[in-house]
Design a binder for this molecule. Structure first.
Ligand code: ADP
Ligand code: ZN
Ligand code: ZN
Length: 724
């Protein structure tokens, strides 16, 4: 028997099969991951069996070892489709289907030990005076024993407190195998299903199980979409099937996941990037063993080895995190669609602000539209007001807060109601310029302005992460007249502390959420300790449900308008609607203040009145006129290399090859013309990405491989998130 094997490599030339002999005693089948000797490399390489046959014309080596089984025939069809659509090797796609932590070597995740703690016999709880000590002891009474790290997290105490308890012989430490169940000590109250409103019921009834169809559940924020997901899943479980739920990475917080855990208990697995590799591996294994009925996760959870899937749900389907920006550059909505078709099951997309492309397809009956146009809470949608920052400047108000927002924040502080402030920029200032000669501090390796970070007192490149000493004297003209332009979250935090000294503030952005549980900790703190103001980037606008938040302030609605991307209006509308939707989700009515320099932009005006349909009508007309998606697909090719001349020459060769077949723009330096010392040129193709056109494109690209400069890389992306 001969196996056709694909080796694990991103090298374009190796995207083909090699024949290997299947030795006696080894059971080989399609979908297996194997180890094979490859060319004259010393180390065995990972490969995947994608075909079996009786004979070969080549003299071939034997397979060394079978590792595990990764995919079946159904999945393999999708894998091939992905490799084709997203311009990458089959082995790049296969990596997504293999368990985490075993990517490039086959070593299993090792068993580690960590420090645990338990109560000593005969502890008398009543004799303990200190609050903190008491919390630890009570926690241990409930849980018997637990890892030290978790005790600290759940009791909000310090290891010093534990040391004291140990000294007093109340607790003792021991080493235990690392327990990687992320909800081990999580106590969630069981909830029962709610009685649906008429609208919810209609929507739920419309979703037909056991047959392939796509649904867009379009419902304003707080209209009860999640409850519909929960009840649809319940029906699926009753049929002994399983469910996949995708949510944006950013909103994978206890706020969302607890609702699933409390309804379904321990048959839920949650996959997100903040789990350690070991934890992810464990979740993966649990899924594979069939212990899990529901997988909730970010984009890549679609590849979890769940069997007998009965429904796929994608919440906040418009979210840009559903498109991968690294190879394979897949759009998970497209992959989910293929899976749903293969399994003959429903795919449900939910959003308050659907992707223009999705809504277009719903209106054209390619997707079944299910509408929820009322909020569950009696208060209805928040009232939003726009303030024109130019007027504020004219009136001499140079603060980051308009008079109106300032007054409203004060009102909330007085009424002990909570406020969320939203700004789409982290750091302190966006860029630093010399006022005399116009010199802007840019990253040496990337063609982007560096951002000043106050906490570090350094300049940071948000692309490559390089740090740069703060600039006090202009390196060009030696002037000391350096100015910090733009406003980031750090600067606003400083401003709030100054303007509202009595207010408690939390900041949430990439910089404050690097550690594992930081996300949850900040949100819990905001909720439980009734912190006055939560300030953050867009990660605070997603999916959170705080009933005491009655005011939302958008500090600068302009930052997403001025990006050079055809989706700028759409992004602005979505962002503002999501942000405004955070207010007034409980008993009290909500209000929002949107600050902007461009109050006439229709995306801002439509978001103010929360009228998606009107927004859509204006936007779709523009898209049609300019021939942008959904009226075509956009494929961007970025050519990069260390020698700009070589890059340019190759770019022009590619242009000549494609020009006769496609609507294509002349190659130009990319908007970010250099990243990490690599020059970048960009070509932009507008086409219908159907099978025929993709076939032509592939043929042309093969030709290009033959004539391009070896030092130049070409990277293609279909309908990318950003055009930079
Ligand atoms: P969405 O997902 O559309 O933002 P949610 O499902 O989070 O909306 O619902 C908003 C709030 O209304 C939640 O607190 C939820 O528990 C509550 N809710 C949803 N459906 C019902 C219902 N049928 N009856 C009572 N409360 C409901
Ligand atoms: Zn200068
Ligand atoms: Zn850089």
């Amino acid at each position: 028997m001969i196996a056709e094997v694909i080796v694990n490599s991103s090298v374009n030339k190796l995207n083909k099969t090699f024949d290997y002999e299947v030795p006696e005693g080894i059971h080989a089948q399609v979908g297996m991951r194997v180890l094979v000797p490859f060319s004259n490399r010393k180390k065995l390489e990972i490969g995947y069996i994608i075909g079996l046959k009786e004979n070969t014309d080549y003299k071939c080596k034997p397979i060394s070892k079978v590792v595990d089984e990764v995919f079946d025939q159904e999945k393999f069809e999708i894998i091939k489709w992905m490799s084709n659509r997203y311009f990458c090797n089959i082995s790049d796609v296969l990596k997504l289907f293999t368990p985490p932590g075993t990517g490039n070597d086959t070593e299993k995740v090792k068993i580690k030990t960590e420090k645990w703690v338990e109560l000593c016999d005969g502890t008398d709880v009543d004799s303990i005076k200190s609050d903190k000590q008491k919390r630890i002891v009570e926690f241990l009474l409930d849980n018997k024993e637990a890892p030290v790290s978790e005790v600290l997290m759940f009791t909000d105490t310090t290891s010093a407190v534990m040391k004291t308890l140990e000294k007093n012989k109340i607790i003792s430490f021991f080493q235990n195998e690392v327990q990687r169940d992320p909800f081990l000590h999580k106590v969630v109250e069981k909830t029962k299903k709610l009685i649906l409103t008429k609208q919810q019921e209609n929507a739920l009834e419309s979703i037909k199980l056991n047959e392939y169809d796509k649904y867009l559940l379009y419902g304003v924020t707080g209209s009860g979409k999640t409850e519909i997901y929960l009840q649809a899943i319940e029906k699926v479980l009753e049929q002994n099937k399983t469910a996949i739920v995708l949510v944006p990475e950013i909103s994978l917080t206890p706020q969302i996941t607890d609702r699933f855990l409390s309804r379904f208990g321990n048959v839920v697995a949650i996959l997100h990037s903040r789990l350690s590799i070991g934890e992810r591996y464990d979740e993966w294994r649990k899924i594979k063993n069939g212990d899990v009925k529901i997988v909730i996760g970010a984009r890549s959870a679609i590849f979890a080895p769940l069997t007998n899937v009965g429904i796929i749900i994608i919440d906040e389907e418009h979210d840009s995190s559903y498109k991968s920006e690294t190879t394979p550059k897949y759009d998970v909505r497209e992959v989910a669609d293929k899976l749903a078709e293969a399994y003959a099951i429903p795919l449900v997309l939910g959003s308050a602000t659907p992707d223009i492309r999705t809504y277009y397809r719903a209106l054209n009956n390619e997707i079944t539209l299910l509408k929820l146009d009322e909020r569950i809470s009696k208060c209805g949608l928040p009232v939003a007001e726009i303030t024109d920052l130019r007027d504020e400047l004219a009136r001499g108000n140079k603060s980051v807060f308009s008079k109106k927002l300032f007054d409203e924040i004060n009102k909330n502080l007085k009424n002990k109601e909570q406020t969320m402030l939203f700004l789409n920029r982290r750091g302190y200032s966006t860029f630093i310029m010399c006022r005399d000669c116009g010199y802007v501090v840019k990253c040496g390796k990337c063609d982007v302005a560096m951002t000043y970070h106050l906490t570090k007192n350094k300049l940071l490149c948000h692309y490559c992460g390089d740090e740069h000493q703060n600039v006090i004297i202009c390196p060009e003209c030696k002037s000391e007249n350096i100015r910090y332009f733009g406003t980031g979250t750090q600067k606003i935090e400083a401003a709030i502390n100054k303007i509202f000294p009595e207010a408690t503030v939390l900041r949430m952005d990439v910089d404050t959420t690097r550690t594992k549980n930081a996300h949850d900790n900040i949100l819990n703190k905001f909720k439980n300790e009734k912190i006055d103001i939560l300030l953050g980037t867009q990660m605070i606008t997603k999916g959170h449900d705080f009933e005491n938040v009655t005011l939302v302030g958008v500090l600068a609605a302009d930052s997403s308008i001025n990006i050079s991307d055809y989706r700028a209006n759409e992004r602005t509308y979505q962002l503002l609607t999501q942000a405004i939707g955070r207010a007034g989700r409980g008993e009290k009515a909500g209000r929002a203040i949107v600050q902007t320099y461009s109050p006439d932009e229709f995306s801002i005006q439509m978001a103010q009145i929360q009228d998606y349909e009107q927004f859509y009508n204006i936007e779709i007309n523009m898209r049609e006129k300019l021939n942008y998606p959904p009226f075509c697909d956009i494929i961007i090719g970025v050519l990069s290399g260390e020698n700009e001349q070589e890059v340019e020459v190759s770019a022009n060769k590619l242009f000549e090859l494609l020009k006769p077949f496609f609507e294509i723009y002349r190659p130009v330096p990319a908007p970010i013309s250099k990243i990490n010392d690599n020059y970048r040129w960009r070509i932009l193709i507008k086409t219908q990405a159907n099978d025929r056109n993709m076939e032509i494109l592939k043929e042309r690209l093969k030709e290009f491989e033959k004539i391009k400069n070896d030092n130049v890389n070409l990277n293609l992306d279909i309908n990318p998130n950003n055009m930079m």
